[in-house]
Every structure is written in C-alpha cells, then in structure tokens.
Write a protein that binds this ligand. Structure first.
Ligand SMILES: *Cc1c(COP(=O)(O)O)cnc(C)c1O
Length: 365
C-alpha cells in the first residue's frame, strides 16, 4: 500500500473481489430471486467493464446502464449479457439499439409504440417497460400504462422481458411511499403481459421479500455503500483512494493556509497531498474533511485546491510523513459515506465524481 509508484499523484484501487462478495451478500438477502448489476455512470465511477465482467463470473447475466453509449461500451466487452438502457431510446434511435442488441427501458407510450413498430418489421426485440409510481421522472404513469394494457397488438409485438418501477424512499423503511408504490406497482403490472417484475434497488432489497419480485436492481450496495442507513453497513468497502504526500512544513502562529488565507491561531505542521477537487475530492470539504494516517486524524485545513489538499498533521509523527508516502483519502479508515458527509453530499455523488486524472487499478482480493 505504501510502495511509491513513480509519477503517480493519486490513485484509485478497486477491489473486484469485494464487489463480488457484496453481490453474494445481496443474493443471500434475495433468496432465490436473481440480482441484476446496475453499472450506470461507468459503474458508479469505478469501471463498468471490469465490474460487469467480474459479476458475470459470479453468475450475473442482466445489467442496467443509464444511457445508450454506456450500453455500447458494455456490449463490446460482454457479448452475451442482457443489457437494459434506463433512459430509453430517443426517437429514431431504435435501430441503433437493435444493432447493438441493447434493450431499451421504455419510459412512455410513444417509446413503447416506436419499439413495437421496429419489432413489427424485424421481429420481437427485448425491452423493459417502466411504470412510474412516484418518482415522476421517467416511466408511464398508471393511467398511461392502463391505456397501453388495452393495446394487445402493440404489446404483443415486443419481446417484453421486464416490467419495472423505481422506489423513491427505499432507504427509509418506515416511509409511507414504500407500501404505496408496492401496491400501485402490483396493480398496474397485473394488467400488462407476463414478464419478470422488478422494483427493488439496493435499499429495496432490504425492505423484505414483498419488494423482491423476480429481479432486483442493486447498484450502490455492490460498490460498498450502506443500503440500510442508520444501521451497520452489511456491505464491504470496494474502493481505496490514496494521494501522495508532497510536502510537510511548520507554520508559526499567525500564519495562513491556502486560498483566502485561512488564519492559523497556533503553530501547525501542515502536510500537502496530491489530490484536489479536479480529482473529485470536493471543495465543500474545505475546513471540514478528515483523513486518517498511521492511526492519527488529519483534518483538512483551509480550502481544498484543484490539485492539492492541506492537512493538519500536527499529531502525526514525522517518521510516517515522508514525501512520496501514500495517504488514504477514502478507504477502510474513512468510507465513501463518511467522505461524502464531510462534503455535505451523498456517497453516490462522491464515487461518480471521481476524476479522470486518477490512476485506476484493479485487484481481486
Ligand atoms: C440507479 C438505479 C438503480 C440502482 O439504485 P441503487 O440505489 O444504486 O441500488 C436501480 N434502478 C433504477 C431505475 C436506477 O435508476
């Protein structure tokens, strides 16, 4: 972990073994119900292709991405996978979806009709239908879905693989939206042709068997984020983010640090590390973030810069502050949920915002 790699400023290590163990934990919670892998936004910033291939080795056959381009990239690496595109096919893009064997998630009557028209010409092609039960973002509202149910010709043309909806509040088990969405989904799905039903995201898996139906769609839990906030995290961390220590200096009382010249009331030992907001370490963590090094806490001092962060290393022995050493920014001592809290956001945003400049490497621990 502390081997200095020449030329590397900050690096992200993704543990594919940990992702597969998280997949198995989710499957254990699901019993006999299969779990798809949600690998949108390049696998939540961690790499959709290596993660998809790792999950495939564990028996995962169905994947969800957000957009067409993500589907094309995954298809190239995984010729056999069943790949759904959550944002659906834009008007006129249907032949492109078919050419890459991508299954659109049909989010409106117009999308259903356009896909059915393509299928009428070329034969049935796989798709999912999304029923909106409260997100009001994508999907057919209940009345549109019920209207569609009276068009057996349209529906019959499509190879309808999945009927799905998406929970708004699954991470709050007592929220009244959960049973309401469950009942609405059951009622509307019963009117549509038989297909695998899918409602649960990561947190939905932990709402109990009523929410499991025929296919779960976990994303965040695969990547180690806690699907049961307020309770211990049943998942294992998968990402280690480290930055090289660049310099250590002593600043006298009355000195300043960083842009805006944050005053230092007392003498301070400052460690500067090679990561900044350009790498996805949020500027909102200025003066609030913390990192652990050799068992000691190093609070973020002053403003986070584009390429560097300054830390209060006063309590850290000089022996472990050698320039070139790796400092853990996010990992076993402070997980993505904790790093996100430092910046006033959620871990989903931290992972998907990790910068392109980071050196990425994969281990299978
Ligand atoms: C992102 C997404 C998921 C996965 O959600 P997690 O909370 O990350 O498990 C599942 N379904 C849909 C429709 C999504 O957009």
């Amino acid at each position: 972990m502390h081997d200095p790699a020449p030329g590397t400023a900050a690096r992200l290590t993704v543990d594919l073994g940990a992702i597969r163990r998280n997949y198995r934990r989710i499957k254990a919670a699901l019993g006999s119900v299969p779990a798809a892998g949600v690998v949108k936004a390049d696998g939540y910033g961690l790499g959709a292709v290596p993660i998809g291939q790792a999950l495939w080795r564990d028996g995962c056959r169905t994947f969800f991405v957000a957009h067409f381009e993500e589907g094309v990239a995954l298809r190239e690496a995984m010729p056999e996978a069943e790949i759904f595109v959550l944002s659906g096919a834009a008007p006129g893009d249907e032949p492109e979806f078919a050419a890459h064997a991508l299954a659109p998630v049909l989010n409106s009557l117009r999308e259903v009709e356009a896909w059915a028209a393509l299928c009428a010409k070329r034969g049935p092609r796989p798709a999912a239908i999304h029923i909106d039960t409260g997100m009001s973002r994508l999907g057919l509202p209940a009345d549109e879905a019920e209207r569609l149910a009276t068009s057996p010709r349209t529906l019959g043309a499509i190879d309808l693989r999945v009927v799905m909806s998406h929970l708004c509040c699954a991470e709050e088990p007592a929220h009244q939206m959960n049973p309401r969405q469950l009942a609405d989904f059951r009622r509307v799905a019963a009117r549509l042709p038989k297909a695998r039903l899918s409602l649960a995201n990561s947190s939905g898996v932990f709402l109990g068997a009523d929410y499991h139906f025929d296919l779960a769609r976990p994303g965040s839990a695969l990547y180690g984020l806690n699907p049961t906030p307020g309770q211990p995290n049943p998942m294992e961390g998968v990402a280690l983010l480290e930055a090289r220590l660049l310099q250590v200096r002593h600043v006298d009382p009355g000195g300043t640090v960083g842009y805006g010249a944050a005053p230092l009331a007392q003498g301070t030992k400052i460690a500067t590390i090679a990561i900044g907001y350009a790498d996805g370490y949020r500027r909102a963590a200025s003066g609030r973030g913390r990192m652990m090094h050799a068992g000691r806490e190093m609070p973020v001092l002053g403003r986070v810069s584009m390429d560097t962060v300054t830390l209060d290393a006063t309590d850290v022995p000089d022996a472990v502050l050698v320039p070139g050493t790796w400092v853990e920014v996010m990992g076993p001592s402070r997980d993505a949920d904790a790093v996100a809290a430092d910046a006033g956001t959620i871990a989903y945003e931290i992972l998907t915002g990790l910068g392109r400049r980071l050196t990425r490497r994969y281990v299978d621990g």
